[in-house]
Design a binder for this molecule. Sequence first.
Ligand code: 2DE
Ligand code: MG
Ligand code: MG
Ligand code: MG
Ligand code: MG
Length: 311
Amino acid sequence: MLKGQIKEVEAIINDIVSRDESRINAASAHILSSGGKRIRPYFVLLSGSFGQNRHVELIKTAAALEIVHMASLVHDDYIDNSSKRRGKDAIHEVWDGQTSVQTGHYLLASALQLISDIDNTDFHQYFSDIILEVCYGEFDQLYDRYDSAVSLTEYLRRINRKTAVLIEASCKLGAMSTDTDAQTVFHLAKFGHFMGMSYQIIDDILDYTSSEEVLGKPVGSDIRNGHVTLPLMFAAEDAAVKKELNRLSAGQTDEYFNQLIDYVKKKGIEPASTVSRKYAEKAKFHLLQLPESDDRQQMEELLAKMTKRIF
Ligand code: 2DE
Ligand code: MG
Ligand code: MG
Ligand code: MG
Ligand code: MG
């Protein structure tokens, strides 16, 4: 049943990227065809299984959230100057920066159109709030660039905004589509929040530990872009590393960055993984407050998959 629903979500997205022959549609189709795990749609649909099933709303919400995610990736790769996504050339590489900006806007507007079909103003309000949060998260990150003194609180707030908010929204909007009770909505939202935090910390770890072949996107780019993330923050608890980190700037040499990456691999990965695991455990705690079902079981399995993908 879930697979069938995901197919319906795919059909909506496909429709949006094949409206005409324009370059924007070709670029949107390009990001769509590069795959993706459809994590957000899965969690919308699964979270919608705890109350009255409202099929059309769930499918549209799932598609809209995936499209916002796609839009944010198109812009993210341009902002991060990242040449690959899911093993394929990024849009700004195949075409150019202007095309990537326009494609992101097009996808975002299409998501808004889908959500406005749903006759529920709470939905509209919440949906626009989360998009704003994602924008704020990226702004936070921009302002924190090359700031070697960024605090743990600032880091956690930033990853919440740029990543966890959207995963939380998948669970919350899925639940809200079904008129389920406030307690269920609460636990699903918390589950999504903690899973999203765990997930972005792993993304930040993989930027140090993985390879482009495995990840389908360039690695080692956070530090080169001046983004101080959790693994680096832990490594910098060592005074010698902290001293090096204080010299972080855009003009640093390859040798400097490679040295810092080595330090992080030795000292920062283990403690950052522990924090990620703790968030995953919190997510699981909230999930287990809900009644047992096959769908809950699937959510538990997805959580495990998403939060254990180290290396
Ligand atoms: C992924 O972080 C974060 C993505 C949020 C991007 C949001 C933008 C502003 P990463 P990876 C650009 C809002 C834009 C919208 C809503 C259209 O660590 O490692 O850069 O996968 O992700 O590149
Ligand atoms: Mg990026
Ligand atoms: Mg980014
Ligand atoms: Mg990343
Ligand atoms: Mg990512």
